[in-house]
Design a protein around this ligand. Structure first.
Ligand code: ZN
Length: 94
């Protein structure tokens, strides 16, 4: 049964989807929110600046089935740079 290449691809896709769901569930890479700041640096808690997306960011966005609204940010205080995502659906409202 496991010699069937289609079954292997299917199992890999299921595992991959589960990993994505776990990342979303555990809020890994999600924006940090403070009382006075909706998007804070994970290292120094200062406000992050939006920066231009790189090619790799767009690829990541598509291969993650677009479930993460990935954007690139940088920090002026400590030089942190990376991707953050936020919920597109806001159950509490804006
Ligand atoms: Zn910082």
């Amino acid at each position: 049964m496991f010699n069937d290449p289609f079954i292997k691809i299917f199992i890999l896709l299921v595992i991959y989807s589960l990993i994505l769901i776990i990342i979303k569930f555990l809020n890994i890479g999600r924006k940090k929110t403070f009382k006075n700041c909706t998007n804070a640096c994970p290292d120094c808690s200062n406000a992050l600046n939006r920066t231009k997306r790189k090619q790799i960011d767009k690829i990541l966005f598509h291969i993650s089935f677009r479930i993460f609204d990935l954007k690139r940010y940088s920090c002026n205080e400590c030089g942190w740079e990376g991707l953050r995502w936020e919920d597109r659906y806001r159950p509490q409202g804006n």
